[in-house]
Each structure stands twice: as C-alpha cells, then as structure tokens.
Ligand binder design. Sequence first.
Ligand code: PGA
Length: 254
Amino acid sequence: MNKTVIANWKMNGNSKTSKEWASEVCDYFSSHDTDAEIVVCPPFPLLPLLKNCFDGCSTRVPIHLGGQDCHMESKGAYTGDTSADLLKDVGCRYVIVGHSERRSYAGESNDLVRQKAVAAIKAGVIPVICIGETQQQREEGETMAVIARQINESVPVDAAIGHFILAYEPVWAIGSGNVPTMDEIKEVHLAIVKKVSEHVRAKNAVDIAEISVLYGGSVKPDNAGEIMALENVAGVLVGGASLKADDFCKIISS
Ligand code: PGA
C-alpha cells in the first residue's frame, strides 16, 4: 500500500508563509517522484489559497488538502464551526477528527469524534481518526485498553475499510521530541489493525492489510523512514516538522 504523509499545521501559518511553503513543495515535486499520498491540513482560511497554489503548479504528484476538524452536522446555526460538506466543497479530500488537542482543549469525547467521522464519510471526505494514550495511561499499562475503547467508541462500526483512516498518536509523543521505540509502535499498530478489523467485521468484509493506520508524534526527517518501514504503519501525521517545506519534503522522500 502507498504511504500517506499528512502535514498538520495546527494554528500556524499565514498567507505569506503558505505561498512560500506551497512554492517550495511544488518546486520539489516538479523534479522528484513519490508514491506517497501527500496531504496538507492548514487552518481553514488558508485552504482556498493553498488550493490555488497547487492547482497552478506542475507537480508530478497531486498534493491533497484536508481540514483539521469538522462539525457533525452538514449545516446550521453552529457559530465558528465548519462542516465536512463545506470542506469537500472547497477541495478537501481528508479531515482530521479527534486530534488529542481537540480532545483535551475542546473536550471532545469518543462519541462526538465518531459522529464527526460519520459526517465526513457521508460528505465524501476521508476522516483521519486520531487515537492515542497519555503518558500516565502508558505508565499504568493501560495503552491497549485505552486504544481499544477509543476504537470501539470513535470508529463508526459500519464504515467501510478505505473510507476512513486512523492515526495512532501517543499524546506524550506529540510536540515533545519523544518517540516510542520502533517495537512499541509496531506492537500498538498491530493491536489497532486487529481491533479495527474485529470492530467493523460484523458489517464489512475485512482484509487486514487494507486498514490504514498512520503514526504521529514527533515525526522528523531523521526518524520518518524508519517509522514508515514498520509493519502496519501506513504513513505519518506530521505536526511541527511539516511547517518547514524542506523538512516535509524530506519526510515524504524518506
Ligand atoms: P508533532 O505533532 O509532529 O509536532 O509531534 C503531531 C500531531 O499533533 O499531529
């Protein structure tokens, strides 16, 4: 399966830096090939600007857009929110749902995350459903139980494989420079694909090899290759290192 590399800019970037970033990435992929599915998730107001930049550049590979969140309804009186339908309308192929920062700062529950994933799938946008344990949960040996509960409650049970992807992001690895060992990543990814296949099996025929689980948390140019080579790692979700076009291109090439 081709790898997916997603840039999550979080609340960073502006018109000027976005144009510069897009132009560097366009230049790079005008002369380099990759099999990877490349996605950038900027803050909402920058989506049309980036779409324009990418429509106008002659990369050998498409660069897709994604949102960082969506509402569970398709429209209505929800001041400040954005629907998956609107993300689709402005050109997004993906949307991140249930990122740990939204789970902690915006109090999002597994149940809400699942409803957002359902809304995304209905709108024709692929939800990237984020799961992961905190430092304390890992220290207390609860990682697998936490992951299982997040999958049970945040992954729509009747979603077809291929219509959603997961991102395993240990909360303690995000933005910290600390990365689990390769064995730890392998162990959790295997547990995730098994759990997801059980979870959706009642409604779907499941080929375990088609379940996409990205890794996220302190991915950098110097560890991305090793992480992406692991079994059951379908790609990476990159925060901090995706802000520098140069680092992001190096991660994709690795
Ligand atoms: P990081 O963030 O790469 O800066 O650790 C990853 C994420 O939050 O998606």
